[in-house]
Design a protein. Structure first.
Lengths: 424, 379
């Protein structure tokens, strides 16, 4: 029986891998042929209401995914250095955007892939300073029009009517901009269909998220990162509906049969940062010591922030949905709002401890890690592991120190869990 | 350099906390404000004294602020938070913080969580002037006014607002006169003196400040200033003025003593704060909206082209030969924009010297760099 389950899980894993590969190949092919086929290429970010861009049949290129890939390959230092040399940018600015700019200057992309030139740059300026400025630099370099989405910031209070109205008006302004520059009318019927697809995916992700409250943890951070990348590329497309039901089936079966991703799960962790892309073996290090990441901040960044604030995708109110998604994005959330979320996550996902790296060139993901740690200790009684690291740029990383601190943190976790009567 | 003419301003700035306590003893309420795009007129109309939160440049404040703010936040934010933790601003009845940059967002977050201020308001902003943004700002400003009325326990009438607007406009008009006088003849008042004047205006009621500025204007016009040999004309770009004067190094005095003439600047609390009057053409709240939405580009939310264009044009108008750019360490926006700003200045034939602002700007090294820079401008 047990063997059958494992075999089925393994087959599904292979199937997901094949589907993902097929979608990546299709994406790259489309990217390479986009201009030839008369499609405009847009550089944008997953933090945007991408369903609008997809409705306009624009081909989207996400530098953020490339930064992730470059960092995994240990190439971000190279790209950042190029941006520092050619563009004169400081070592202290966001490596994520700087790496993308370095690639732009060199005309290179991670893994030697084709780097498309944009016809438009569609960015946003509310979430962080680097995004605010980075898109401008790209648009100046390629001499193409730039649209920068503005909107309200979620400091601590739930969204108010006038904030929602402004958010919606900004999305409408974006539609007008796109219509003007592509000389194409916005197809509202197509938009509604895309929003229906996004809603289905959103609902699946929410279901998976709820399953992640289970012990043992059914989703690993590695799976999570793969799913996240897929979602960035394919949200609002048929491809997403080929992929996500398989993921859901997998997670559901794991929960039903109690098959976790960490053998002998000892601790459940909340990971409050983007992944350490150039040090992914860190998560393996945790896994081998029985620590399961049970929630990662990545998901809050561009789709699930709204869920924790009581909202879901609603295809009947598409503009309102996208405005809410943008408003509750994790980077668009102030420290009080982020801490409120962290407390909710720790309580509902039964978290034993938090890992909160201070991402040294990203002020908004980090937002006073010490305050977060202090409040999580006070409100939930859990310890946190804090360390400084640039999550993208591999230069200057003191890996051994991080591992030493992690060992100590896991010892603290074990002793506190034992004191509370838990088993480790 | 004698500072006798502006001693009154220096004293008001140095004693800002004692003065605030005196206003409180007189029954006034005092609010701390972060950045100049909060409509202070609304506070003033409710009989609340708004004071800008300023860096005290004390080492102890940086030491207090650092532990809870991570190492990659600018000194401005670290210092303010250090002062907050030390209780220096505990006398404030309220705080209004403005969505200026990511560091300001984080400062607002920790302040809100750690300090129990009787009134706390997060003031959102946009540089967009499109219809949607305007409607949002109108509603936000109305909400801000309503919250202030509720806190103050009194209604703010149109007359109250108009009076406050006129008071602020008068102050802006006097400051602009002072600015222009200096541009026309830098020997009338030094930039270092000017710093004392505008800094005092940030932390005291505008009526009092206007009286002092008026007196100073009369004095500098009537007194014959000793003419000195004109030095290289300079532009000073620095968002946070406190960054120019550290405990170890007074950058502005250093430049002037070495013979440079700072004839224009883009200090956040220079032209942006003091120049643009509120038009008195509609209802006061509408007038305030007209003033506070859009306006002079800032490195925060404006597009880089707009901001750099403003600086380069101004530098050209003032026939500037060189620009000194002081960038607070870890000021992300400035760091992103600087390469573009430098290229625009250079394209306009204006050389630049960049100095990284930090708690202590090293004196000897900075002196050498400025000397060398002035030397290159002379040839």
């Amino acid at each position: 029986m047990q063997d059958e389950i494992y075999e089925r899980l393994e087959r599904r894993k292979q199937k997901l891998k094949e589907v993902r590969k097929k979608h990546i190949i299709a994406y790259e092919k489309e990217l390479a042929e986009a201009k030839e086929k008369g499609r405009s290429v847009v550089w944008s970010t997953s933090l945007m209401p991408v369903e609008i861009l997809k409705t306009m049949d624009l081909f989207l290129y996400y530098p953020e995914l490339e930064c992730g890939n470059s960092s995994v390959d240990g190439q971000m230092g190279y790209f950042c250095e190029e941006a520092e040399k050619i563009g004169g940018f400081s070592r202290d600015v966001c490596s994520f955007i700087k790496g993308a700019i370095g690639g732009m200057y060199k005309g290179e992309r991670a893994r030697g892939r084709f780097l498309p030139q944009p016809d438009l740059v569609i960015g946003e300026g509310t979430q962080c300073d680097a995004f605010n400025k980075g898109w401008e630099i790209v648009s100046r370099h390629y001499e193409v029009p730039l649209f920068r989405l503005d909107g309200p910031y979620y400091f601590k209070d739930p969204i108010q009517n006038h904030e929602l109205e402004w958010g919606i008006s900004e999305i409408k302004r974006m539609i007008t901009f796109l219509e003007t520059h592509t000389k194409t009318r916005f197809d509202w019927d197509k938009f509604k269909e895309i929003m229906k697809l996004s809603t289905q995916v959103f609902d699946i992700i929410v279901e998976i998220l709820e399953y992640r409250k289970s012990v043992p943890q059914p989703v690993s951070i590695f799976d999570s990162m793969r799913h996240w990348s897929h979602l960035v590329l394919h949200l609002g497309t048929e491809a997403s509906m080929e992929y996500w039901p398989i993921v859901l089936e997998d997670v559901r079966e794991r929960v039903e049969h109690g098959v976790g991703v960490v053998e002998n799960e000892r601790f459940r962790l909340w990971y409050d940062q983007v992944p350490l892309y150039h040090m992914l073996d860190y998560f393996d290090y945790l896994r081998k010591r029985g620590a399961a990441i049970s929630y990662e901040a990545n998901w809050l960044g561009f789709i699930l922030g709204m869920y924790l604030n009581g909202h879901r995708y609603d295809p009947e109110k598409p503009l309102e949905t996208l405005a809410l998604k943008h408003f509750y994005g994790h980077l668009n959330t102030g420290l009080p709002g982020q801490i409120q979320r962290a407390i909710q996550i720790v309580k509902e996902w039964r978290i034993d401890g938090a890992i909160i790296p201070a991402n040294t060139t990203c002020k908004l993901y980090s937002q006073s890690v010490l305050e977060k740690s202090r409040i999580l200790r006070e409100a939930c009684g859990i310890p946190s592991l804090l360390f400084d690291i640039d999550c993208f740029d591999e230069r200057d990383t003191d890996k051994n120190k991080i591992l030493r601190d992690t060992d100590q943190f896991l010892e603290i976790l074990a002793s506190e869990k034992t004191e509370r009567g838990g088993q480790v | 350099m004698t500072m006798e003419r502006v001693a009154e301003f220096s004293e008001a700035y140095q004693k800002r906390h004692e003065l605030a306590q005196e206003w409180k003893d007189q029954g006034k309420r005092v609010f701390g404000v972060l950045y100049g795009k909060v409509p202070e007129e609304i506070l003033s109309a409710a009989d609340i004294v708004p004071v800008q939160l300023v860096e005290d440049r004390e080492h102890a404040s940086y030491v207090s602020g650092k532990p809870s703010l991570d190492r990659f936040y600018c000194d401005f934010v670290v210092n303010l938070w250090g002062q907050g933790l030390k209780g220096i601003y505990d006398y404030l009845d309220g705080i209004v913080m403005y969505d200026a940059c990511e560091a300001a967002k984080v400062l607002a977050g920790v302040w809100f969580l750690r300090k129990k201020v009787p009134f706390f308001y997060w003031y959102p902003c946009s540089e967009e002037t499109k219809e949607g943004a305007r409607i949002f700002h109108q509603k936000e400003m109305n909400q801000f006014k309503a919250r202030i009325e509720e806190f103050a326990g009194r209604r703010i009438s149109s007359d109250d607002l108009s009076k406050a607007i006129r008071t602020y406009n008068e102050n802006r008009s006097l400051m602009k006169r002072l600015y222009q006088a200096r541009r026309e003849d830098p020997s009338l008042i030094s930039e270092r003196e000017f710093f004392e004047v505008f800094q005092a205006g940030l932390v005291m009621p505008k009526e009092q400040h206007s009286r002092m500025v008026y007196k100073l204007l009369e004095r500098i016009v009537s007194e014959a200033s000793p003419k000195k040999k004109p030095g290289p004309r300079l532009f000073l770009s620095c968002v946070i003025s406190e960054e120019c004067i550290s405990s170890e190094t007074d950058l502005v005095s250093m430049v002037e003593e070495l013979g440079g003439e700072i004839v224009s600047d883009d200090l956040l609390f220079g032209p942006r704060y003091y120049w643009e009057p509120t038009p008195l053409t509609k209802e006061p709240m509408e007038d305030l909206l007209d003033r506070y939405i859009g306006g002079m580009p800032m490195p925060f939310k404006s597009k880089s082209e707009q901001w750099t264009e403003l600086l380069v044009e101004e530098a050209r108008r003032q026939k500037v030969q060189g620009a000194i750019v002081v960038i607070p360490k870890y000021c992300t926006l400035y760091l992103w924009d600087y390469p573009f700003l430098q290229s625009r200045f250079e394209k306009a034939g204006i050389k630049t010297l960049v100095i990284e602002g930090q708690e202590n700007i090293p004196q000897a090294r900075t002196l050498t760099r400025i000397e060398a820079f002035l030397e290159t401008l002379a040839h």
